[in-house]
Design a protein around this ligand. Structure first.
Ligand SMILES: Nc1ncnc2c1ncn2[C@@H]1O[C@H](COP(=O)(O)OP(=O)(O)O)[C@@H](O)[C@H]1O
Ligand SMILES: [Mg+2]
Length: 332
């Protein structure tokens, strides 16, 4: 059995987010068990430790997955540990290449830094709703086993500009301190918050200070800003990002790939005419396709039979109908 001191040391390392110490104590416990003649337990412990460690990226500054933001900053960031991967995303091959390069550079970040080079780490994702921008941030975090911090813009933006800037500063301090993926989702709302509507000069100042902080950032974290508004690209300011990644509604080919992927593992009729379905779904976003396949599948499950082409066609039609009648779309 682990000693009381070892258990205390484990808990202390956990609460301080000291990952190295946490694993070191865990290894000491395993070693003590081996010495005590509990070879099987020791082996099991080592395996658990290895497995948990291998979730982390190879050499390079490690993230602190045990750390949770505290105090004021906790109010501004939502943390998660995404498990999704790049292969879960259907993307144009050019887009995939850009993202894959970022991931590859971060896997060898220490080597890159050792050569005095800077990894690509500031991404601006632009495209219509439901095309995978938020999901991309999750997938990058998932690939690198880094935590994902989503900045809560609703909390960030206050009617007092000084306060908003101070909060932004806190976030950029966290970015420097804790290596992770930081997502400013729909970040242009920094500039369009209702409370600020009347004071254009002030808004511009906050957006500028955001962009300045992005530019000055020299951390190992990845900063992702996402927006639905392509007009933002007109601004020269946005050239401060390392990569500007464009997202589009899926082509018919991509629709087919996405539909099949979303239905993987489900009981599906083998008589489905995918070409016809994909043509019918043209104009829908990936998020719409996800909902349509989900609805169709639930319908088939309730009826206790394999999913048919007709099920899919009717839920695709339903989504299109919802779009044209401007019913509120659930956003994620
Ligand atoms: N490119 C994509 N490939 C596969 N699924 C996607 C893609 N884009 C969106 N989805 C699906 O739609 C949901 C919402 O997408 P999201 O990333 O939030 O879109 P955005 O941030 O661009 O509005 C995702 O959780 C996923 O189920
Ligand atoms: Mg989004």
């Amino acid at each position: 059995m682990a000693s009381a001191d070892q258990i205390k040391a484990l808990l202390k390392a956990y609460s301080q987010g000291d990952e190295a110490q946490f694993y070191s104590v865990a290894m000491q416990i395993a070693a003590a068990e081996a010495r005590g003649g509990h070879g099987k337990l020791a082996e099991e412990l080592r395996e658990l430790i290895d497995k948990s460690r291998s979730r982390l990226p190879g050499p390079g500054p490690s993230p602190i997955p045990l750390a949770k933001p505290r105090g004021e900053i906790a109010d501004l960031l939502t943390i998660s540990y995404p498990r999704i991967r790049m292969q879960d995303l259907v993307l144009a091959s050019k887009t995939k290449d850009i993202l894959a390069r970022v991931i590859r550079e971060h896997k060898i970040i220490r080597e890159i830094r050792a050569h005095g080079l800077v990894p690509r780490k500031k991404l601006l994702l632009v495209g219509p709703p439901g095309t995978g921008k938020t999901m991309t941030a999750s997938a990058i975090a998932g690939e690198l086993s880094l935590p994902l911090f989503v900045v809560r813009l609703d909390r960030l933006i206050t009617r007092f500009m000084g306060e908003t800037s101070a909060k932004l500063r806190l976030i950029f301090d966290a970015i420097a301190q804790t290596r992770a993926v930081y997502l400013f989702d729909e970040f242009d709302s920094i500039g369009s918050a209702r409370a600020l509507e009347n004071d254009v000069g002030e808004i511009r100042r906050v957006v500028n200070s955001f962009l300045q902080m992005v530019e000055q950032d020299a951390s190992d974290s990845i900063i992702i800003a996402a927006t639905n508004h392509p007009t933002i690209l007109d601004s020269a300011l946005f050239r401060r990002f390392d990569d500007i990644v464009k997202y589009n509604l899926p082509t018919t080919r991509e629709i087919e790939v996405a539909l099949k992927a979303k239905l993987a593992g489900a009981r599906v009729s083998n008589k489905i005419n995918w070409a016809k379905l994909s043509a019918a779904a043209k104009g829908l976003s990936y998020a719409d396709l996800t909902r349509a396949t989900g609805d169709a599948l639930k319908h088939a499950l309730i009826e206790g039979r394999p999913l048919s082409g007709a099920d899919l066609l009717s839920s695709i039609a339903e989504r299109k109908e919802a779009l044209t009648h401007g019913r509120p779309q659930r956003q994620s």
